[in-house]
Design a protein around this ligand. Structure first.
Ligand SMILES: Nc1ncnc2c1ncn2[C@@H]1O[C@H](COP(=O)(O)OP(=O)(O)OP(=O)(O)O)[C@@H](O)[C@H]1O
Ligand SMILES: [Mg+2]
Length: 370
């Protein structure tokens, strides 16, 4: 049995199903990220692991113990909430050590543990302040400190960075990653930020509508999204999804790429077990570039010329919008690209990196030969 095992977990709120048959096995030391749009059930699942919500159906095991009906305080987990939930009348030191005090840990030991955690989080100089005298980032650290001091079996984080500004968020993301490398405690971390998910996770569970859409390592989720939902949710800018119609041309299944200057280019769907009909082609912006940006190692490419609708400089990259099959498509080119809006440019599509989805079911079609 895995260290943290969620077996067939379902949740129904007032006859409304919110989670359906969730099965996740989490190994000791893993950093599992639950990601998905608002309302998909991330917090509900986390709260069930914490014991703050009843489980309608299924079982939760932590370290081989069935904790499905065990009180939160008996589960040996520590949780950091989005709101931090600090006690406003207590100092930072009191906030961090309160849980230890409740469990009868003597004062000297409490202070020693608090000092250790404060050093890790670099908040030693703030220990006598009240939460109201702290910045958002400092409060976030105190909330982390309160969880860390417990040295629990599992850390649960519910969007701990969502109240921070963009720069602090990125800094804290790196700190959380370093902290996990150092402590190697099992973590379940909720976010709706797909970049946070990609950078922190050892595995990601992508959720939608109370169902796990895909569970896998970040690179599996990114390079082999199992369906259109995962494909469009993960990645920034998102994957281009182009509706196409494939047809049998002399025994080969092909589709056409049409640009806004009226040019058409046939592309064969080699290696896919598909027939003619409607499909969705997924193309990540980095797999559709100009000649200058393209990867020299690419061999299976389609080169075409297209009018340029929009150029969006974004620092290290520039995003260029063109029309493919009558749909707006984003290409990624170098930050110092000279491509001009209203001009025309040559583009390269990496055919080894296109994703093919069934338009009706949204499921990925597997490529059987390379
Ligand atoms: N106490 C409750 N009673 C009834 N429905 C609830 C309750 N708590 C949550 N829900 C519903 O359950 C669904 C999942 O909520 P949950 O808070 O788990 O979503 P979430 O993925 O964490 O969203 P967010 O990203 O906005 O935090 C939502 O449709 C929500 O309205
Ligand atoms: Mg939530």
């Amino acid at each position: 049995m895995s260290f943290l095992q969620l077996q067939n977990i379902s949740k129904i709120y007032e006859s409304q199903p919110v989670l359906e048959s969730i099965n996740i096995s989490i190994e000791k030391g893993e950093f599992l990220v639950l990601v998905g749009p608002s309302g998909c059930g991330k917090s509900t699942l986390l709260n069930m692991i914490a014991g703050l919500e009843d489980v309608t159906q299924g079982a939760i095991h932590i370290d081989e113990k069935d904790v499905t009906h065990v009180a939160p305080s008996e589960r040996d987990i520590a949780m950091v909430f989005q709101s931090y939930a600090l006690y406003p009348s207590m100092s930072v030191r009191e906030n961090i050590t309160f849980g230890l005090e409740m469990r009868g840990v003597p004062r000297d030991e409490r202070n020693q543990q608090c000092d250790q955690v404060a050093e890790i989080l670099q908040i030693g100089h703030l220990l006598d302040r009240k939460p109201s005298a702290l910045s958002g980032g400092q409060r976030q650290r105190v909330a982390m400190g309160r969880a860390l001091v417990r040295n629990p079996l599992v850390f649960l984080f519910d969007e701990p960075l969502s109240n921070l500004d963009a720069k602090l968020r990125v800094d804290m993301r790196t700190e959380i990653k370093l902290l996990h490398q150092r402590l190697k405690t099992t973590v379940v971390y909720v976010t709706h930020d797909q970049i946070e998910a990609m950078t922190l996770a050892t595995r990601i569970a992508v959720m939608n509508g109370g169902v796990i859409q895909q569970l896998g390592r970040p690179e599996e989720i990114y390079y082999h999204p199992q369906n259109l939902f995962v494909a469009s949710f993960m990645g920034s800018p998102s994957m281009n999804l182009i509706e196409i119609e494939a047809a049998d041309v002399n025994g080969q299944i092909c589709f056409e790429i049409e640009t806004s200057n009226g040019d058409t280019h046939a592309v064969a769907l080699d290696g896919y077990q598909c027939t003619g009909g409607k499909y969705v082609i997924g193309v990540r912006p980095e797999d559709l570039t100009d000649i200058e940006t393209s990867d020299q190692r690419q061999t299976n490419t389609l080169r075409f010329s297209s009018p340029v609708d929009v150029v969006e400089p974004a620092g290290s990259d520039t995003f260029v919008v063109i029309q493919v099959c009558g749909q707006s498509v984003t290409c990624r080119v170098r930050g110092d690209s000279k491509i001009q809006e209203g001009g025309e440019a040559e583009f390269l599509l990496n055919l080894d990196r296109i994703h093919l989805f069934d338009q009706h079911s949204g499921e990925r079609l597997k490529r059987v030969v390379s």
